[in-house]
Design a protein around this ligand. Sequence first.
Ligand SMILES: [Zn+2]
Length: 214
Amino acid sequence: MFEAEKKELIEYGIKVFKSGLVHGTGGNLSMRVGENGDMYLITPSGIDYEQIVPDDIVLIDMNGKVIEGKRRPSIEHGMHREIYKKRKDVNAIIHTHSLYSTALSITRQPLPQIESSVVLMRGQIEVADYARHGSMELAMNVVNALGDRKAVLMANHGQLAADESLAKALKTCVSVEHCAQIYILARSVGQVYPISPEKCDELREYIKTSYGQK
Ligand SMILES: [Zn+2]
């Protein structure tokens, strides 16, 4: 089932790996599938991104039951599922251990609205409280800290992007990493001034109506 979608998920896994957002078999990706959006495909646990084949992808329903696939799914399959259950607007999730986002997550400080990319993620990127990898506690911490935004940092662990498609989720992951790097650089040379909430609203409205091609 969902052979085209499995191939798309594998392609994006390779893109994430080649972009340097993960090392080795770290991180994981999933996409929502099914007529009612009540299942998701997720990458397997501990297999190199460039070695994954369609049969390695695991199909799971929203009760956590494996519908198809013989491999063990990513240990974070519960985290992906809880986000899909809470956020009907989310169709793809990418979780990475990228350098600057993880560094910032260790300070347990959010990424403020310092630049337009973060503003367009619907607000500052919060930090989910630490809990063991693969635990339901981590899943719930991530759901709570994500709220209705597009991304979240995970304390002492990494970052996660939740968006309408894999293409958009990858862009969000790259933007979070880029902005985390800018923020850390800015903090190293002086006081940081986030854009005010009013100016953020103004910028969101302006970009919605005026940016890009008609
Ligand atoms: Zn992880």
